[in-house]
Design a protein around this ligand. Structure first.
Ligand SMILES: Nc1ncnc2c1ncn2[C@@H]1O[C@H](COP(=O)(O)OP(=O)(O)OP(=O)(O)O)[C@@H](O)[C@H]1O
Ligand SMILES: [Mg+2]
Length: 300
C-alpha cells in the first residue's frame, strides 16, 4: 500500500511531520514525500491512474496525507482534488480542509444538519456591525476571533462595549485581511477545552487541554494535556460532526458548558499530532483496503 506525504521538502522540521517520518522509517512504510508543487495537474475523461511528478510518471498512490498546511494555493488544492478524483484516500480532502478552516461556516453547517449540538452564539463582524449591536446580542465578556487563526493567535477576550468599539474600529480601519467573528464566551470552560481525535472518522482518543494562565487552552499558549474520558454521547456527537465535515483524520474540540453540557468550539483537519501515529497508520491502511475500486479502474 503506497502513500504520499504532500509537503514542501524544505519544511520537514514541524514536530508533527518529524513524528510521522520517524514512524515511517521505523516501520519501513511506503510513504513517499512529494512536493505538491512538483505535481502536474491533468484532468481527462478517461484517466489511466498515472500522475506526473515533475517529468516522472507515477501510479496514483492509495492514500495521501495532505500536509501542506501553510502553503495552500490553487496548484496544491488542484493536486489534492486530482488525487482524490483518481481514488486516493485523502487525509484530508480539500473540501474538509477548506470547510473546517471557517469556524462560522462549521457552526452553520452543524445547525443545518445535526440536531442538538450546542455552540457559542457567533456574529460575523461586517461594516454594518456596531458595538451596540454586539451589546444587544451578548453579555460581556465576549470572545473575538480572526477566522483563520491557529494556536490561539487572534483569539481575545473583550470585556466591554467600549473595548469592542475600539477593536471593531481597528479591524475596519486596518482593512484586516481575515474575517472577524464575535462569540459568546463560555466562561465555565475558562482555560480548558476537550480535544476529540478521530481517525477514519471514528473516535480514537481524547484529552483536555488546560491552561491556568490564559482563557485559551492552546498548548502554544501554555496549555497542558490532561487525560480525559469523554461520555459516549460526546463521542457520538464528535463522530457526526466529523462525518458532516468529511474529516478522515482530525479533531473536534469542545468547551465545557454548565452542568455537564458541552459546546462545539471548532474542528481541525491538520491538528498538531498528539496521538499514536503508528496506530493511526494501521487504521488508515485498513480504511484504504476497504474502499471501493476507483471509477477509472472499473472502466478499464
Ligand atoms: N467562545 C469561547 N468561550 C470560551 N473559551 C473559548 C471560546 N472560544 C475559544 N476559547 C478558548 O480559546 C482557545 C482558542 O480558540 P480557537 O480554538 O477558536 O482558536 P485556534 O487558534 O483556532 O486554536 P487551534 O490552534 O486549536 O486551532 C480554545 O481552545 C479555548 O480554550
Ligand atoms: Mg482551537
Amino acid at each position: 500500500m503506497k502513500g504520499w506525504l504532500l509537503r514542501n521538502p524544505q519544511k520537514m522540521e514541524d514536530p508533527s511531520i518529524v513524528k510521522i517520518m520517524k514512524v515511517v522509517e521505523e516501520r519501513n512504510l511506503e510513504l513517499e514525500l512529494v512536493n505538491p508543487l512538483d505535481v502536474q495537474v491533468v484532468c481527462e475523461d478517461t484517466p489511466d491512474g498515472m500522475v506526473y511528478v515533475g517529468d516522472e510518471k507515477k501510479m496514483v498512490p492509495d492514500y495521501v496525507i495532505a500536509a501542506f498546511f501553510t502553503e495552500k494555493n490553487y496548484h496544491a488544492q488542484s493536486v489534492l482534488i486530482m488525487l482524490e478524483s483518481l481514488g486516493a484516500f485523502c487525509i484530508n480532502n480539500w473540501d474538509c480542509i477548506e470547510g473546517v478552516d471557517d469556524k462560522l461556516h462549521v457552526f452553520q453547517k452543524v445547525v443545518k444538519d445535526i440536531k442538538g449540538v450546542k455552540f457559542p452564539k457567533t456574529v460575523l463582524i461586517t461594516d454594518k456591525t456596531t458595538p451596540e449591536f454586539i451589546s444587544s446580542q451578548f453579555d460581556y465578556p465576549v470572545v473575538m476571533k480572526v477566522m483563520h487563526g491557529s494556536k490561539g493567535q487572534g483569539v481575545v477576550l473583550v470585556n466591554s462595549e467600549k473595548e469592542c468599539e475600539t477593536l471593531i474600529n481597528m479591524t475596519m480601519a486596518g482593512k484586516c485581511s481575515d474575517e472577524i467573528i464575535v462569540q459568546e464566551c463560555i466562561s465555565s470552560s475558562r482555560g480548558r477545552d476537550i480535544r476529540i481525535v478521530l481517525i477514519d472518522g471514528k473516535f480514537e482518543t481524547a484529552f483536555v487541554r488546560q491552561n491556568e494562565s490564559s482563557f485559551r487552552s492552546n498548548i502554544a499558549k501554555g496549555g497542558k494535556k490532561v487525560d480525559f474520558d469523554p461520555p459516549q454521547e460526546l463521542i457520538e456527537t464528535a463522530e457526526k460532526i466529523a462525518s458532516l465535515l468529511g474529516i478522515a483524520v482530525g479533531t473536534v474540540d469542545f468547551l465545557f458548558g454548565e452542568e455537564g453540557t458541552f459546546y462545539l468550539c471548532e474542528a481541525n483537519a491538520m491538528p498538531g499530532i498528539a496521538f499514536d501515529v503508528e496506530a493511526a497508520f494501521k487504521k488508515v491502511v485498513k480504511a484504504v483496503a476497504e474502499r471501493p475500486v476507483p471509477a477509472w479502474k472499473e472502466v478499464k
